[in-house]
Write a protein that binds this ligand. Structure first.
Ligand code: SAM
Length: 245
């Protein structure tokens, strides 16, 4: 079972996403366990204040180090070892490869969510194993980023996706984008489903899908195509695509 501990000042953000669809099912099946902890529980004083003004002045607040260190120490005192991950726009870009690596973790994954101007630098220096960014933009807090990481990991857990779906066919699995998908009706507002998909010919369908995945990756993400492991068939399909364009 993949165990995730979330440390946040806003635990309510997680309520609905964790109770819907794939995330709910993964927890019900015992594949995933997510515990959302309120950092304020480790803050001192009657008002349990977990943030303070920045040294040196300036706008905004900074998450104090003590509640975070204390939260980690109390988590460490019981249960499996921890891998502490800070969500930050300054982190390593989150990819499918990272999701796959983390989904195989045996340690408990701690997702530390910043807010305001961020966290006291000493947390980064003394308590964090890894820093993850979900993209080059700035969110108000790490909570939505943590949910992105949780969902990307959860759908890779064996048994999390129903028999109707497979992570192996998704974009990025083999370094390519996914092929186009169609469902009924066969004709919609003058747009037809490609004939081969209606043919029932499995080998032709497989070849068409592979070719369209290559075509799409070539057009949209040539950087991915340049790094993708290509078979002799892939190279032949790419030659066909080049001739067609
Ligand atoms: N001042 C910080 C900086 O420029 O690096 C940004 C702070 S941001 C307003 C507040 C929190 O949101 C961060 O501490 C982080 O936890 C989270 N956050 C914002 N953007 C993120 C991103 N792209 N990926 C992951 N976490 C993000």
């Amino acid at each position: 079972m993949l165990q995730v501990e979330v440390l946040t000042l806003f635990p309510g953000v997680f309520a609905s996403p964790l109770q819907e669809s794939l995330l709910r099912r993964a927890q019900e099946k015992g594949l995933l366990c997510v515990r959302v902890r309120n950092l304020r529980d480790w803050a001192e004083g009657r008002h349990r204040i977990a943030d303070d003004v920045p040294y040196g002045g300036g706008a905004g607040m900074v998450l104090k180090p003590e509640p975070i260190f204390q939260a980690l120490e109390s988590l460490r005192a019981t249960g499996d070892p921890l891998r502490v991950i800070l969500l930050t726009p300054q982190g390593e870009r989150f990819t499918q490869e990272t999701a796959r690596r983390l989904a195989a973790e045996t340690r408990r994954i701690v997702l530390l969510c910043g807010r305001y101007e961020g966290i006291d630098e000493r947390v980064r220096l003394g308590a964090v194993d890894e820093e993850i960014s979900i993209g080059d933009y700035v969110l108000a807090g790490g909570e939505l980023a943590a949910l992105v990481v949780i969902e990307a990991m959860a759908r890779l857990l064996p048994g999390a996706l129903g028999a109707e779906a497979s992570a192996r066919e998704d974009s990025f699995w083999e370094g390519l984008l996914d092929y186009p998908h169609y469902t009924r009706p066969a004709m919609f507002r003058g747009m037809e489903v490609p004939e081969v998909l209606l043919s029932g010919h499995h080998e032709q369908i497989r070849r068409w899908r592979r070719k369209e995945a290559l075509r799409r990756t070539r057009a949209r993400r040539p950087d991915l195509l340049a790094r993708a492991p290509l078979s002799p068939e892939d190279r032949e399909l790419l030659r066909e695509i080049e001739q067609e364009t």
